[in-house]
Design a protein around this ligand. Structure first.
Ligand SMILES: Nc1ncnc2c1ncn2[C@@H]1O[C@H](COP(=O)(O)OP(=O)(O)OP(=O)(O)O)[C@@H](O)[C@H]1O
Ligand SMILES: [Mg+2]
Length: 488
């Protein structure tokens, strides 16, 4: 049978015991293939406490599973199995496991057997104890801190789960399996690694000796249905008028910086704003780990590359942005600006690539401006501070601030325009702000989006040029009315 070691006899006499002792021999099998690649050997699933597994599992279950798993690994030809599509591979494993169960005369209920089959398939083909979490679409992040503690973020709140791995080596094996799919390695020599799951989820692994309590895995789950501005509006992350103004900002090619703390929704917002780019514009995206999902057809997606084991071959964000200037871009979208590439992005923004966008880690629009200035200074450019500030003002039109509030909700707290410099200070004006008004009995933060009463933002002329000034005026007026009603 394909996927099975070809000279497998399967002729081991069935033991007479009902339950298989942990030391029971696997069915007689002779290895045909060479040694399995290091770190690729599947390991049995760890225990999952109540709440994750379909039922509370006994120690007997795990002992039986370990035995059957070991027998399976000795029987199966992993190299051939890897060539099967996942459905056929699952079928193959199920067949063999059923045979092993029969040969070894293991007594199990049908539901127990189903659970065992599922678990073993997950261990051999998938990501073991992570599988049930990966299958859920309501999880934003999975954070594994060593074998025994796994946290998830659901609805903005971080919770401890009952998922456990057998030990750190099982966890490391799973990390290795994940990163090897994108041709990378994680081990003691290179303990830090970024990767991506086949579904697009962003993965970071940091292992021992850098992570002191065992391999640490962080997964930003890929959302199949990306949030749209309409979704953000329905969650109350932005008011309807605010959403309209954001849409206009995206359409009229303002250069936008999205600022926010970690996990505050920057990439989501960037993805939403790119939705307003016309379909005939040539868009180039530069990301450390491709997360954006642009709907337009004329998109070139670029991704940075870390150095190899010899420390060579790194392609930085700077390299990508510089190269993308030679690719006749109309819009440059940078996933995250975190270093000297800030200079190149600003240059691109004020040299005819209007409508470029990027995200940056900062807690307020003002902080975003000073962060970008320090990124440029730290990049080794010996430009006077005034020049850098002027460059920032000449490039960035709007800063949109995303925040994750303490109740776990995500809000767009500022839409702020960059006006110019006054002496040594960059002047800005808020178009929209989110004002916290209190907290309800359940600890949910109450607040509202408030327009600042501005009649005409600085990008008015730009809106006029793109025939959007009527819409802009309507949105600004509606915001004003909304405010008055809110205050009444
Ligand atoms: N307004 C929102 N309401 C509810 N959930 C949101 C909102 N914005 C983003 N999310 C969810 O929050 C999670 C984090 O979002 P996102 O990846 O955009 O954050 P980020 O700021 O880019 O994070 P990082 O700093 O790690 O890059 C995602 O699962 C996303 O679907
Ligand atoms: Mg992001």
């Amino acid at each position: 049978m394909f996927g099975r070691r070809s000279d497998q006899t399967g002729g081991a006499p069935p033991p007479s015991t009902a339950r298989v002792p942990a030391s029971a021999n696997p069915p007689a099998a002779k290895k045909l293939v060479g040694a399995k690649p290091e770190g690729q050997v599947p390991v049995p699933n760890g225990e999952e406490m109540a709440g994750q597994g379909p039922s509370q599992r006994s120690q007997d279950y795990y002992d039986t599973k370990t035995t059957i798993f070991n027998a399976l690994i000795d029987t199966i030809d992993l190299t051939q199995l890897a060539q099967l599509d996942s459905e056929s591979a699952r079928e193959e494993i199920r067949d063999i496991v059923n045979e092993i169960i029969a040969i070894k005369n293991v007594v199990m209920s049908i539901s127990e057997q189903e659970e065992l089959l599922e678990d073993i398939c997950n261990d051999v083909l998938g990501y073991g104890p992570l599988e049930p979490l990966l299958a859920r679409d309501d999880i934003a992040d999975i954070m594994v801190n060593g074998a025994t503690r796994t946290f998830i973020e659901v609805e903005g709140k971080i919770q401890l789960t009952s998922v456990r791995f057998r030990d750190n080596s099982q966890l490391m094996n799973i990390c290795q399996r994940i990163v090897s799919q994108v041709g990378r390695r994680v081990d003691e020599a290179s303990p830090i690694c970024d990767a991506r799951l086949p579904d697009g989820s962003r993965v970071n692994v940091i292992g021992p000796p850098l992570a002191l309590d065992g391999p640490t895995l962080t997964i930003r789950k890929f959302k199949k249905d990306k949030l749209t501005l309409a979704n953000l509006e329905s969650f109350g992350s932005i008011s309807p008028e605010g959403a309209k103004i954001l849409a206009i900002i995206g359409k009229v090619r303002c250069n936008i910086l999205i600022s926010g703390g970690t996990g505050s929704g920057k990439t989501t917002l960037l993805n939403c704003l790119t939705g307003f780019i016309e379909s005939d514009e040539r868009i180039i995206t530069c990301e450390d780990s491709a997360e954006l999902q642009l709907q337009q057809s004329h998109v070139v997606r670029l991704e940075t590359r870390p150095p190899n084991l010899e420390g060579e071959g790194e392609i930085t964000m700077r390299d990508l942005i510089k190269n993308c200037l030679r690719m006749r871009p109309e819009r440059i979208i940078v996933g995250e600006v975190r270093g000297p590439e800030a200079f190149d992005l600003l240059q691109a923004m004020n040299t005819g690539h209007d409508g470029s966008m990027g995200t940056l880690h900062a807690n307020t629009p003002r902080e975003a401006l000073s962060r970008i200035e320090s990124m440029i200074t730290m990049g080794g450019y010996s430009l006077p501070s005034k020049t850098i500030k002027e460059m920032i003002c000449g490039s960035i039109d709007v800063i949109v601030q995303a925040s994750r509030l303490r109740d776990g909700s995500r809000k767009i707290t500022h839409i702020t325009e960059v006006l110019g410099t006054e002496g040594d200070v960059i002047t800005t004006q808020d178009i929209f702000v989110y004002e916290i008004t209190g907290e309800d009995a359940n600890g949910r933060i109450l607040g509202r989006h408030k327009s600042t009463g501005l009649a005409r933002p600085k990008f008015w002329e730009r809106a006029r040029y793109y025939n959007e000034e009527q819409n802009l005026a309507a949105a600004m007026a509606a915001a004003e009315v909304d405010d008055q009603q809110g205050e009444a």
